[in-house]
Design a protein around this ligand. Sequence first.
Ligand code: AMP
Length: 361
Amino acid sequence: MTRSGQVKLKPGDTVGILGGGQLGRMLAMAAARLGLRCQVFSPDPDSPAFDVVLNATCAEYADVEALELFANDVDVITYEFENVPAAAAMVLDARRPVLPNRKILETTQDRLAEKDFVKRLGIGTADYADVCSASSLQTAISRIGLPAVIKTRRFGYDGKGQAIIRAADDIDRIWTELGTRSAILEAYVPFEREVSVIAARSADGHIECFDVTENEHRDHILKISRAPAAIPAELAEQARSIAAGIADALDYVGVLAVEMFVLAGDGPKILVNEIAPRVHNSGHWTLDGASISQFEQHIRAIAGWPLGKPVRHGHVTMTNLIGDEINDYVQWLTVPGATVHLYGKGSPRPGRKMGHVTQVD
Ligand code: AMP
């Protein structure tokens, strides 16, 4: 039996969470409802997740002693973000099970490794090429064509570390501004819509997928998610089976999100854009719009408990409150049927996710 299969928490046991943002906060709240405690590790003293747990470790991910003490205090360790440093994951894994398995981070932290992995499974992606210099970018453009999207291989999120390249653009300037030596060029996908699948997998290989979610971005940041996505049933089934296939191939334990493009026309209908090895913003609707949330599914999976069978309560819309939009929270509180979630973050910087609202019809 694998190590992940050996984890069987009891109520009262402690889950260690790496990362103290809103995802960690909502994971800790779901764990609390199941009678589990959480300890959060984050270098940021203003971490929203610190507010909802009794024990917090505020230290850098390079602080080996703090990592070891943290590991000693918990029964299993999980994370709310994919950029957990490999060295930190290794230190922790030597002491307590880390779920999802830290090897998964190697694939999902690097856009090239991730695309290669998805392609090996026979799943469609945008055409892509490895780029390490202005001249290799030119070569990639002559093969893939324009428009195209250049993305740093690592540490990109919410549209950061990427740029669209169009025919009239100065390629050398774009390359210099990207400020990296490892990037991928992707063909621009003329998608009809963007969807995601939130899937949970337990250590014994059982998988539960939530209904496919349709996502609308504004300025590269998720603004609205709707479930179910307005796509034909067979396409939704295909999307769910792609996510399940990825979870199986990774021997995944926990919740993952697979972001996909849906294309119009006669060719392949679904292309995978990205895998997030964690709970995901496009799954927040499950908190109020389904019988079990993505956060609870994740906690159940890493606790070695049975997954729930999620039942959706209706047509669900989740609206992110970004930056200054948080100042409208009082208006949202008076909207009939709306459920308001505020993350307890201090300053509403532009682009910062401050809360969300769920509405079920
Ligand atoms: P990502 O960081 O890869 O999730 O990309 C952020 C957003 O940029 C996506 O949700 C899409 O809206 C857009 N995008 C990324 N890659 C492509 C692509 N190859 N073609 C068209 N749009 C893209």
